[in-house]
Design a protein around this ligand. Structure first.
Ligand code: MRU
Length: 337
């Protein structure tokens, strides 16, 4: 079975088509978005989510929203772009792919005539989507070396097909190993409070016929302590120049427990997640979300609800990218731009 297509074009290319991830695992429903408000709302409410997927959604969303709002008038679209780009780029702060994709779309329009602008934006958005899918495939191929037959793997949140335009980042080597006939046991952390592990990772792996169990986040350290995990692999929302990694809240705790029990801890991400301009994890803006995500709290009791944490470089065994395994620091490679 093909992995789900989390983000892409509608057949007529007039809309951004997403799977509404808020409804999973119960309902698999696609939605077509054509206005900037709809795209920003989908990103902020996590209808589309995952660092690479929101970058692709922003690129396609920007292209279709500008065409719709400008009525096909390139000069008007160029003017609207100056308003739309910053709104979209700031919809969520932590994943670097969002601002990266918007900036790339803006750059693509710099040297083109107004009458070419809308077509150039479609081409650039499609390039971003296709490159993301190809990067996922390469992450999967490079990652095969750490997923032997019979591997028992722990993951956190969802860094699978639903988080990208392809077969995922952290889950890509698992899909690739499964396709080669390797037996796998995957443990998916539930990932409180929005349960991306239980709702999304478990859904897409089970759908693909991969053996997956869900555990409460608080059970991960015990699972590692009991020797039931050969390796941990997670995705990333931003990797700084020194190798610190922002990922879904709870990742840091898993990395600490993995180190305590001498289990290798890998981070998988495309190059577009490496942010050379940010030196260390302390500089990353961490998104804080509403208290209502934590369920019923006593009246007047506030919540502290960061959506991401930072895992320091020292806890990370290896960085798996579409270019293979890489080593920080990442601030010296000119090809990364
Ligand atoms: O808030 P989300 O669901 O967009 O967060 C996504 C994550 O943090 C994932 O764990 C992932 O590793 C990054 S995207 C491949």
């Amino acid at each position: 079975m093909q992995p789900p297509r989390a983000v892409g074009w509608s057949p007529d290319r007039q809309a951004l088509r997403i799977i509404d991830q808020r409804l999973l695992p119960g309902i698999e429903q696609e939605r077509d978005l054509t206005s900037l408000d709809e795209v920003v709302d989908a990103i902020q409410t996590l209808a589309v989510r995952g660092a690479p997927a929101i970058g692709v959604a922003a690129a396609i969303g920007l292209s279709v929203a500008l065409r719709a709002a400008s009525g096909g008038d390139g000069a008007r679209a160029r003017h609207l772009l100056t308003e739309y780009a910053p709104r979209l780029a700031s919809a969520r702060p932590t994943a670097v792919n969002l601002a990266w994709a918007v900036e790339r779309m803006q750059r693509a329009t710099e040297a083109v005539r107004n009458d070419e602008l809308l077509d150039v934006l479609v081409q650039e958005a499609e390039a971003i989507r296709a490159e993301d899918a190809a990067m996922c495939e390469r992450i999967g191929a490079h990652g095969l070396s750490i997923i032997p037959d019979g591997a028992r793997v722990l993951t956190h949140c969802n860094a699978g097909a639903l988080a990208t335009a392809g077969i995922g980042t952290a889950l890509a080597p698992l899909y690739t190993a499964h396709a080669r006939g390797r037996a796998l046991t995957v443990y998916a952390d539930e990932t409180r409070p929005l349960r991306q592990g239980a709702r999304l990772t478990a859904w897409e792996l089970a759908r693909a016929g991969i053996n997956v169990s869900v555990l409460p986040d608080g059970a991960a350290a015990s699972l590692l302590a009991q020797g039931l995990v050969d390796l941990v692999i997670v995705g990333a929302d931003r990797i700084t120049a020194n190798g610190d990694v922002a990922n879904k809240i709870g990742t840091y705790g898993v990395a600490l427990a993995a180190q305590a029990h001498r289990v290798p801890f890998y981070v998988a991400a495309p190059w577009s997640t490496i942010d050379r301009a940010t030196p260390t994890g302390t500089h990353i803006v961490i998104e804080h979300r509403q208290a209502d995500e934590l369920g019923d709290l006593p009246a007047s009791v506030p919540a502290w609800n960061p959506a991401f944490d930072v895992t320091p470089r020292a806890l990370i065994t290896g960085y798996l990218t579409d270019r293979g395994f890489v080593e920080p620091p990442f601030d010296t490679d000119d090809e990364l731009s």
